[in-house]
Write a protein that binds this ligand. Structure first.
Ligand code: TRP
Length: 438
C-alpha cells in the first residue's frame, strides 16, 4: 500500500540545508573540470574578470527567478508552469526532458572519475597519459559499467528522499569537498614556479577581450549555476520560508565562484610549474593533471584526493539533475519516489549507454555531424538550457509581470532586476542560443 505521506510535499529541514544543497548543485564538474579549461582556452585572467562581472550581475536574475517561481508555486516544473497558465505546461515539460538528457552525458564523466580514483588507489603506472585516456574511453564495456555505477549512486541518494538522501549527501560531501580543495590549493601554490600560474589567472591581457570570449563566460556562468532545467525551481519549491532570498542567492553565487577560482588556483600553478599547456581543453583534468601527479612525491595520494574531490562535486550536482525529473514523475504520475527513481534509472540508461559507446564502437553514428555524446552536450548546453531560462524570464517578466520590489528591498537592485528580467537577460540568452547554433 502506498504511504499516504508520499502525497505530502517535502520541505528542507532548515535554511542551511537549502543553501548547502543549492551550492552542491552549482558546484560540480562545471567548476572543477570545465571552468579551468574554458578559462585556459579563453585567455586566463581576462576571462576570469568578465566571468566575475557577469556572474555577479546578469546571472543573479535568472537564478533568483527560478528559485522564486518554485517558491511561490510550490510545484515541480510542469505543475509550476501549468499553474501560471495551462498552455505553458509543455514549456514546463521541456525542463525534465533537458534534465534527463544532461544526466545522460554528465554521468559518463562521473564514471571516468571513478576509474581514475581506482587507478590512483592501486597506483598503477601509466606509460602514456594521452593514449591511456583515449583507449579507456573507447572501451566497449568498462566505461558503460562505470556510467551505470555513477548513475546508481546518484539515483540511490535521490531515492532516499530530501532529508535522508539529498540533504544528508550534501551535508557530508560539500564540507569534504571544501577541505580537499583547500589542501590541494596549498600543495599547488607551493610548487616551484607556481607564480607563473597565478599570474596567468590574475594578470589580465586586454588584447584577448572579444565577443566570443564574453559569450563563453556567460554560457559557463549559466551552466555552473545550474540555471535552465528546473533543478533550482524544484529546489525552490521545497523552501518553507526564506525571508531573504536575495541573500541566499548571493551566497550561492559567491560560494560557486569561490569554488571555481580555487579550482583554478589548484590547477594552473601546477600546470605552469610542469611546463604544460593551460589550453589543452577537456583533457586538462584527465590527461594533463595525471601526468603532473605522476611527477610529484606522493602523487597517487594527491591524485586520489583530487579525483575524490571531483567525485563529490559531481555527485551533489548529479543529484540535483535527477531531482527535477524525479519530482515531476512523483507529482504528475502520483507514484512513489522509489518507483520514479527506478523508471528514471531505466530511461537514462537507455540514452547514456549509446552516448558512452559513442567514443568507441558507436563513433560512426552521427547526429547533425556530431557523435551522440557531443550531440547531447550540444543540444542541452547550447540550446535547451538557455531556451528554458529564456522562457521562464519572459513568463515572469512579461506574463506574470513580477516586480523586483516584490522580492528585493533595495530599490536600485529591484529596479535593475526589472530591467534585467525583461530586457537584458532575454537578450543575453538569445545571443547565447544564436552563437550556440553557429
Ligand atoms: N552546475 C553543475 C556544474 O557546474 C551542473 C548542473 C547541475 C547543472 N544541475 C544542473 C547544469 C542544471 C545545468 C542545469 O557542474
Amino acid at each position: 500500500m502506498r504511504n499516504i505521506l508520499d502525497n505530502k510535499r517535502p520541505t528542507w529541514t532548515s535554511k542551511y540545508a537549502f543553501i548547502i544543497t543549492a551550492i552542491g548543485s552549482a558546484v560540480g564538474l562545471g567548476n572543477i573540470w570545465r571552468f579551468p579549461y574554458v578559462m585556459g582556452q579563453n585567455g586566463g585572467a581576462i576571462f576570469l574578470a568578465v566571468y566575475i562581472l557577469l556572474i555577479s550581475t546578469i546571472c543573479f536574475i535568472p537564478l533568483m527567478n527560478e528559485l522564486y517561481i518554485g517558491k511561490i508555486t510550490k510545484k515541480e516544473c510542469v505543475g509550476a508552469y501549468e499553474s501560471i497558465n495551462k498552455n505553458f505546461k509543455f514549456l514546463g515539460a521541456l525542463n525534465p526532458v533537458t534534465g534527463i538528457l544532461i544526466a545522460s552525458f554528465y554521468f559518463i564523466v562521473g564514471g571516468w572519475i571513478i576509474n581514475y580514483i581506482y587507478k590512483s588507489i592501486i597506483a598503477s603506472p601509466i606509460a602514456n597519459y594521452d593514449d591511456y585516456f583515449s583507449t579507456f574511453i573507447q572501451m566497449p564495456v568498462y566505461p558503460c559499467i562505470l556510467t551505470l555505477g555513477f548513475l546508481f549512486i546518484c539515483i540511490f541518494l535521490t531515492a532516499r528522499g530530501i532529508k535522508n538522501g539529498i540533504e544528508a549527501a550534501n551535508k557530508v560531501l560539500m564540507p569534504l569537498l571544501a577541505v580537499i580543495l583547500i589542501f590541494l590549493v596549498i600543495i599547488s601554490v607551493n610548487l616551484p614556479n607556481a607564480s607563473a600560474g597565478l599570474a596567468y589567472m590574475f594578470e589580465p591581457d586586454f588584447s584577448k577581450l572579444n565577443s566570443h570570449m564574453i559569450l563563453a563566460a556567460l554560457g559557463q556562468a549559466f551552466f555552473t549555476l545550474s540555471i535552465g532545467m528546473g533543478a533550482l525551481l524544484t529546489y525552490g519549491s521545497y523552501i518553507k520560508e526564506d525571508k531573504n532570498l536575495v541573500k541566499s542567492v548571493y551566497t550561492i553565487i559567491l560560494s560557486d565562484t569561490a569554488f571555481a577560482i580555487l579550482a583554478g588556483i589548484m590547477i594552473f600553478p601546477a600546470v605552469f610549474s610542469f611546463n604544460m599547456e593551460p589550453n589543452s581543453g577537456a583533457g586538462l583534468v584527465f590527461v594533463t593533471l595525471p601526468k603532473i601527479f605522476s611527477q610529484i612525491p606522493c602523487g597517487n595520494v594527491i591524485s586520489c584526493a583530487f579525483f575524490v574531490l571531483l567525485f563529490c562535486a559531481a555527485v551533489t550536482s548529479g543529484i540535483s539533475i535527477l531531482e527535477g525529473p524525479c519530482a515531476t514523475m512523483i507529482e504528475r504520475f502520483k507514484i512513489s519516489r522509489i518507483k520514479a527513481c527506478a523508471i528514471l534509472f531505466g530511461i537514462i540508461t537507455v540514452i547514456a549507454i549509446p552516448a558512452t559507446l559513442s567514443f568507441g564502437v558507436l563513433d560512426g553514428i552521427k547526429i547533425f555531424d556530431k557523435t551522440i555524446f557531443d550531440f547531447l552536450d550540444f543540444i542541452t548546453s547550447n540550446l535547451m538550457l538557455p531556451l528554458n531560462a529564456l522562457f521562464l524570464c519572459l513568463i515572469s517578466g512579461w506574463y506574470l509581470k513580477i516586480k523586483g520590489n516584490h522580492i528585493i528591498k533595495n530599490k536600485i537592485l529591484a529596479k535593475s532586476f526589472d530591467i534585467g528580467l525583461r530586457y537584458v537577460v532575454p537578450a543575453a540568452l538569445i545571443c547565447l542560443v544564436v552563437m550556440g547554433l553557429r
